[in-house]
Design a protein. Structure first.
Lengths: 317, 455
């Protein structure tokens, strides 16, 4: 055989093609989806919100790099997942949260909930939510006792959710619109429902996320609230429900990968949210419902769709 | 016109423009020598010639007494120079017969046989005698498909003109240049099996529609041959997916297309069948695409089976050797990366690709991020990431229940994987382990400790 000079041949298993989409590309799309919400949050709640967000993002990246450096791992901050965690975490905080608490919360999320579990893809609990839950139980006074009204310095003691809980609130066309466009007290990023929905559509079109868990969660809350005699639309528009359903329930590592698993996951998150809102000790249940369901991720992955060549769904499971 | 498709799949870049407009040319290897694998599809064959024997083009050189096997014939006339191990597609070394050509044109074909008047069993025997196997890549002996298990009735013969692998254009060229032969081959399969014909054409080849329609009308077959346009999507040409797309039927797990009344045949196979009857010519020539960014002369050629790829260079094919990082036998989604060009083109070789670093994926694997894109893309409805997880702990029982053996290894999952996990490689390994666990253990020998078993 003639020497052809083919000296660089690499041998591996097929396929030899890839669509070239890497985790950093997906994370970048999530960041793009979050940007309008972030800007709107800053417009609504002012400079303190901006500081929260910047501190959270910078600390998230720094803590991840530091943890990986100290534990002698490859530093993977270029995948942008820490930026996403930091951003989402900040957007779920009340604008009045003290900065040192923000730093503590993101430290908990990045290091305890993500790093110690093995990093991106291996974490059981959503890092941003784990950090928030840590702050929520440690510093209840700054995490929900007082709320800033958008565009003012006025502090109110309650959001619409606690008023609903006390039976003091009812929706009308004006309040629906007000909530839809985000002009209400709440966490930095959770109020601009319209922008969150636009982000949802954007993430669906770019195929970053799947619709199932999100829709299942929103539908379950609406239906359960309606059955219980509440205002279904108000229940969806208030609190962190839409934000959580779009950005938290669809988190890759902490939600099921199978389609039926995602439906059940979303529905269960919705049901627990409703139960906490209706009967629990807190006005809002989105955070705890998702964290509870995170524990069931691996179990729910047992629910798979029908395989080609098999008769009934999951019959041979 | 309705476009048929299936669930799942991916949309890789097609890159067919490199070679799609180059007519098929006949090429003889520069060394005038061929190295023919003794077995190409089915059970292992035994050579029936010896070193030093004179052989004539078309003469039987290897055969087996098993039903699921396909004989092999000399693709050129000359002298048997060597019978020994040689590198083949898949990077293993298997028994091959090397024939040094004498340049003569003499042939030893069978007598032509009229497929429409002969007995069905004679027709099936002819297909076996001609050594015809599936030319799409799997190289399954075709006569076995023609004799479906008792109780199953074939009502459709699907001609697979999807050609969904990127780069490959040989089926397109064959359809364009010799539509009469393809339709003739399809008609013969329909005669033998009693099924109606469907030509499944991907909608990136719609320019063939009129040619094929005209040919069908010319042969007066418009009543029983229908063209179905399928979506340009990978793996549209996968047998099971094509059946689902065209007929909305699913081959039961572990079953054959015949179980749902179908036979799927490749374009090249149909032509080979036509030649086997009309000319008495066995399967000794292979049309294929030579392409890729590292190939300066992408083209479609037909060569004698057993042509060593390096014997095509530089006379028929010029390459940029320093740029080539992967040499593939087959397409980029399911083909084999070869260690050298010193391997023969076999009956199932549909293409040889010389790919550069810009074209292939060379990224490193990182941990799964749990996005679920592999599940979305799986045309078989499997959960590749979860399969990989259970195989990681060698839980083959669970993997089997999750459909490990149903995987068609199309590579859609690994193609979309952001973490670049070599999912197909892991699944292949899992299949191999499971097969070994299920194989009956020889009673006399002491138990061999399974490598990486369930222990």
């Amino acid at each position: 055989m003639a020497d052809l000079g083919l000296t660089n041949l690499k041998v591996n298993s097929s396929p030899h093609f890839s669509n070239g989409e890497r985790p950093c590309d997906l994370m970048r799309l999530v960041i793009i989806a979050l940007l309008p919400i972030t800007v709107y949050g800053v417009i609504l709640f002012g400079m303190s919100a901006l500081v929260q967000i910047l501190v959270s993002v910078v600390c998230a990246v720094a803590f991840e790099a530091l943890f990986q450096f100290l534990t002698k791992q490859k530093i993977t901050i270029s995948d942008c997942s820490a930026v996403v965690t930091g951003l989402i975490f900040a957007l779920t905080l009340p604008p009045t949260c003290p900065i040192w608490q923000t730093i503590l919360g993101i430290l908990f999320g990045i290091v305890l909930a993500k790093g110690f579990f093995g990093g991106l893809g291996s974490n059981v609990y959503n890092p941003a939510l784990a950090g928030r839950a840590f702050l929520f139980v440690s510093f209840p006074s700054s995490m929900g006792a007082s709320w800033l009204k958008p565009g003012t310095d006025a502090i109110s003691s309650a959001t619409i959710l606690s008023e609903i809980k006390e039976g003091a609130a009812a929706g009308n066309a004006t309040t629906y619109l007000q909530y839809f466009f985000g002009n209400r007290a709440g966490c930095i990023g959770e109020t601009g429902i319209i922008l969150i929905l636009i982000a949802f559509v954007f993430l669906l079109i770019t195929k970053v996320i799947d619709w199932r868990a999100t829709i299942a969660m929103l539908a379950t809350v609406a239906i359960a609230t309606a059955i219980a005699g509440g205002d279904a639309l108000l229940a969806v528009l208030t609190g962190g429900l839409v934000f959580g359903a779009v950005f938290m329930v669809t988190d890759y590592a902490t939600s099921p990968v199978t389609k039926p698993g995602r439906l059940v996951f979303g529905a269960a998150c919705g049901l627990i949210t409703f139960l906490i809102r209706k009967f629990g000790g807190y006005p809002e249940g989105v955070m705890f419902s998702i964290l509870i369901m995170n524990s069931f991720k691996a179990f729910l992955d047992n629910l798979s769709g029908r395989k080609y060549g098999y008769k009934k769904a999951g019959a041979k499971k | 016109m309705k476009t048929y498709t299936f669930k799942g799949g991916v949309y890789p870049q097609e890159r067919k423009e490199l070679s799609r407009d180059v007519p098929i040319s006949e090429v003889i290897p520069s060394s005038k020598t061929v190295t023919i694998p003794v077995t190409m599809g089915g059970a292992t064959n035994v050579p029936v010639v010896k070193v030093g024997d004179k052989v004539v083009k078309g003469q039987l050189i290897a055969d087996s007494d098993q039903f699921v096997s396909a004989p092999v014939h000399a693709s050129i006339s000359g002298t048997v120079k060597e019978i020994g191990l040689h590198l083949v597609t898949g990077n293993s070394k298997v028994s091959c017969i090397t024939i040094e050509g004498d340049g003569s044109d003499s042939t030893a074909y069978m007598e032509p046989l009229d497929p429409f008047t002969c007995d069905k069993n004679d027709a099936i025997k002819r297909i076996r005698d001609a050594g015809i196997v599936g030319m799409g890549g799997a190289a399954f002996p075709t006569h076995v498909k023609m004799a479906p298990p008792p109780g199953s009735k074939i009502d459709y013969v699907i001609l697979n003109a999807a050609e969904c692998e990127p780069y490959l254009t040989i089926d397109y060229r064959v359809l364009k240049e010799t539509p009469h032969k393809v339709i003739d081959g399809l008609s013969i399969i329909m005669k033998i099996t009693g099924g109606k014909g469907i030509i499944a054409l991907e909608n990136n080849k719609l320019d063939l529609l009129e040619t094929l329609k005209a040919q069908i009308i010319k042969e007066n077959r418009s009543k029983d041959i229908e063209i179905r346009v399928v979506k340009t999507k990978y793996p549209q040409g996968g047998e099971k997916n094509l059946i689902k797309a065209c007929l909305n039927r699913e081959v039961p797990t572990g079953g054959l297309p015949a179980n749902v009344g179908c036979i799927v045949s490749n374009v090249g196979t149909a032509c080979a069948i036509a030649d086997a009857f009309r000319l008495g010519k066995p399967l000794i020539e292979r049309p294929l695409t030579i392409s890729g960014g590292g190939c300066e002369t992408p083209k479609n050629i037909v060569v004698p089976v057993g042509t060593i790829v390096s014997d095509l260079i530089p006379e028929a094919v010029s390459i940029k050797a320093d740029k080539v990082v992967k040499l593939l036998s087959g397409g980029p989604m399911m083909g084999y990366a070869m260690v050298s060009a010193d391997f023969p083109i076999a009956k199932g070789t549909s293409g040889v690709l010389f790919l550069t670093a810009d074209e292939v994926n060379m990224d490193a694997e990182i941990p799964c991020i749990g996005c679920g894109k592999c599940i979305e893309s799986c045309p078989m409805g499997l959960s590749p990431t979860l399969l990989v997880n259970v195989l990681k702990v060698r839980n083959t029982d669970k993997a089997k229940k999750m459909g490990l053996m149903d995987c068609i290894e199309c590579g859609s999952c690994a193609y979309v994987c952001p973490a670049n996990v070599p999912i197909v490689q892991k699944i292949r390994l899992g299949k191999a382990i499971l097969k070994r666990q299920m194989a009956p253990k020889p009673a006399a020998k002491p138990a061999v400790k399974p490598v990486g078993g369930n222990a």
